[in-house]
Design a protein around this ligand. Structure first.
Ligand SMILES: O=C(O)CCC(=O)C(=O)O
Ligand SMILES: [Fe+2]
Length: 208
């Protein structure tokens, strides 16, 4: 199969449009999350804390496994290094999220539905009130799988420090303040194997 240059051009235009839609959606999602965390928090902190956020769009293409004797890891267990991630998955399935009790749950594809993950940056900023979800992709069928992941992140130089309004009166912060880029470096340098980030989360990096 060959792709013509105009088709590639159209593909990029569609991706750009998708990226700007996801940017708008991420802002709305973060505003809704702030409202759920505390009265007036959206007004108090959206502009001051989240106005320099930016997004990355990742295209994930999972090549089919050779055989189906057992489930194959498409993407090993990890947490996202974002504030929030918006995932579009095709109809193949395989995305799983780990419950608090450690049980893997299928996030089945559903038409016209996007999946939203809380990422490590929001987890730390909210003093652990919002849980960064551990998730993975398992390949269960001998077919190609496709997904789009849009990561909405703080700017690299931002110091992540849970605000008083979120921490509450006892003033107990479970994470020390840290610079966003330093955490990203920590994650990249401690990457083991393909996507094995166990033991290298925000808790390991900045846990108080
Ligand atoms: O492919 C998926 O459904 C999820 C992708 C994902 O978790 C990621 O790119 O971080
Ligand atoms: Fe992810």
């Amino acid at each position: 199969m060959s792709l013509c240059v105009p088709c590639i051009y159209d593909f990029f235009e569609i991706l750009k449009e998708y990226g700007s839609l996801m940017t708008k959606l991420s802002k709305e999602i973060v505003k809704a999350i702030l409202k759920s965390l505390g009265e007036d928090l959206e007004k108090k902190s959206f502009e001051s804390e989240f106005s320099n956020c930016h997004g990355y769009l990742r295209i994930n293409n999972y090549t089919p496994p050779n055989s189906m004797k057992e489930e194959v890891d498409g993407l090993g267990m990890h947490t996202d290094m974002s504030c929030v991630t918006i995932v579009y998955q095709d109809e193949i399935g395989g995305l799983q999220v780990r419950s608090k009790e450690g049980k893997w749950m299928d996030i089945n594809p559903c038409e016209d539905t996007l999946v939203v993950n809380i990422g490590d940056l929001m987890h730390a900023w909210s003093n652990g009130k919002l849980r960064s979800s551990e998730h993975r992709v398992v390949l269960k069928r001998i077919v190609n799988r496709f997904s789009l992941a849009f990561f909405w992140c703080f700017e690299d130089e931002k110091v992540i420090f849970a605000p008083n309004e979120v921490v509450g009166e006892d003033n107990l912060r479970i994470y020390k303040p840290f610079v966003c880029a330093d955490y990203l470096k920590f994650r990249q340098s401690s990457e083991k194997g393909r996507f094995d980030k166990v033991g290298f989360t925000v808790k390991d990096f900045a846990g108080a």
